[in-house]
Design a protein around this ligand. Structure first.
Ligand code: ADP
Ligand code: ASP
Ligand code: MG
Length: 426
């Protein structure tokens, strides 16, 4: 008997019929003797619907007051889900109780719409488990030090589940979703993508941070920090498949590289359409220029991702960086008002129609020529690279957004990640 956390995403919770299936699956685990904590997301489309309502009424801009109300609104999606799931579990003959984040409580900081979990009180949940109940806790939300409801950023239920698993010292956290594991790239973009049986924690962290939305990055960070055994698997298999079979299906996130892991140089390809590029042309090439440009950006709480400074000519240089698309207009405005007069930039330009494509793999540590193979593949497709950044286990490029799918497909093939074609019937 073990303490197990299950997380079910929006599609898995998408209708009462699907919720009934989730309840049957959880009941199977509970009847096998496990103590069960379940963390569901809002029903699919619900968070978007709720935020859409807010958008109809909200004024321009993004104040802290507005963000607080957005969290108040968005958090209700998960509250409906836990109640429905608890009823469905009761209908299966189990004792079940639902909690919103504040009731547990799951404590967070006050960064509305992107709050971080600080601590989770396990007393109430442990008492329920000891009394034989299945505990259903809202994903995506918590409560700050002042008693305000917060949310953890889009896709945040993954993080809730892993954090609950860490706090409860669960034997495993199972993330049930609408794909049957982590693939070499998003199977919606590359149908030839293959499921990985296992992926190293480091690779998963890179994949998530570079745009693979199958797991929210903070959930992977939590899993790493607290060594939570984590598995991604399908909620669309028949609920009554044998538990022993289900328990080893999907993709395991591993902390040790074992010999069973596939030894590919590149394990996966991630992409991200959420960034925008900003360039300052003809700024003075002198000490302190990067700080003069990026200091005010950091002070405005805007995260910068890739940065390039070109070789100088005649004492002048060009400087480019990327920010999240949501911060694009604000950053341009800030640069024009606060930074242009200081740096004497001849021109400030921006491009929101870019994307970042990345290859990820721990094999890159011990192999040379991987980045050059990436550049060659893109050049053969006639795709211009605008920016490059590398680390030990990844290489990322910024390209025109219209070539994203082409680039991902070409790289997937070039690095031998395509699944062998299915055997055709004679
Ligand atoms: P949930 O609602 O269950 O949290 P998400 O939509 O957040 O589900 O995440 C699952 C989706 O992630 C899949 O449907 C798939 O399109 C996408 N995805 C992106 N990259 C990958 C990848 N490398 N492997 C598997 N799925 C991926
Ligand atoms: N419901 C939230 C969202 O749509 C959280 C989640 O699904 O993980 O982003
Ligand atoms: Mg998700």
């Amino acid at each position: 008997m073990a303490l197990i956390v299950h997380k079910y995403g929006g599609t898995s919770m998408g209708s009462t019929e699907r919720i009934r299936n989730v309840a049957k699956r959880v009941a199977k685990w509970a009847r096998a003797g496990h103590q069960m904590v379940v963390v569901p997301s809002a029903m699919s489309g619900e968070t978007n619907r709720l935020l859409g309502l807010a958008r109809e009424l909200q004024p321009e801009g993004h104040s802290a007051q507005l963000a607080r109300e957005l969290d108040m609104i968005a958090s209700t999606g998960e509250q409906v889900s836990v109640g429905l799931l608890a009823i469905a579990l009761q209908a299966e003959g189990l004792e079940a109780v639902s909690y919103a984040g504040w009731q547990v409580p799951i404590r967070t900081d006050s960064a509305y719409t992107k709050a971080r979990i600080e601590s989770i009180d396990d007393i109430r949940v442990r008492a329920d488990l000891a009394a034989g109940k299945v505990v259903v806790i809202t994903g995506f939300q918590g409560i700050d030090g002042e008693g305000h409801i917060t949310t953890l950023g889009r896709g945040g239920s993954d993080t809730s589940a892993v954090a609950v698993a860490a706090a409860m010292k669960a034997a495993e956290c199972l993330i049930y979703t609408d794909v049957d594991g982590v693939y070499t790239t998003d199977p919606r973009v590359v149908p030839e993508a293959r499921r990985l049986q296992a992926i190293s924690f480091e690779e998963m962290l890179e994949m998530a941070s570079l745009g693979s939305k199958v797991l929210q990055i903070r959930s992977v960070e939590f899993a790493g920090k607290y060594r939570v055994p984590l598995r991604v698997l399908s909620s669309f298999t028949p609920w009554d498949i044998p538990l022993a079979e289900e328990a080893v299906s999907g993709t395991l996130i591993t902390f040790e590289e074992d010999e069973n892991m596939e030894q590919a140089i590149v394990s996966g390809i991630a992409f991200n359409r959420d960034e925008a590029k900003i360039s300052l042309l003809g700024v003075a090439d002198k000490p302190g220029i990067a700080y003069q440009i990026l200091g005010p950006v950091a002070d405005a709480n805007i995260d910068v991702d890739m940065i390039i400074q070109n070789v100088a000519h005649d004492g002048r240089t060009d400087f480019s960086f990327t920010v999240h698309r949501n911060d694009y207009a604000r950053t341009l405005e800030l640069l024009k008002s606060a930074v242009q007069p200081l740096t004497h930039a001849a021109q400030i330009t921006g491009d929101a129609k870019i994307c970042k494509v990345s290859i990820v793999g721990i094999g890159m540590r011990s192999h040379v020529g991987v980045a050059s193979r990436m550049f060659r593949t893109l050049s053969e497709e006639g795709i211009n690279i605008q920016m490059i950044s590398t680390s030990e286990i990844k290489t990322s490029v910024v390209i025109d957004e219209k070539y994203m799918e082409l680039a991902v497909r070409a790289l997937h093939k070039a690095f031998g990640l395509d699944a062998p074609p299915a055997a055709t019937a004679a």
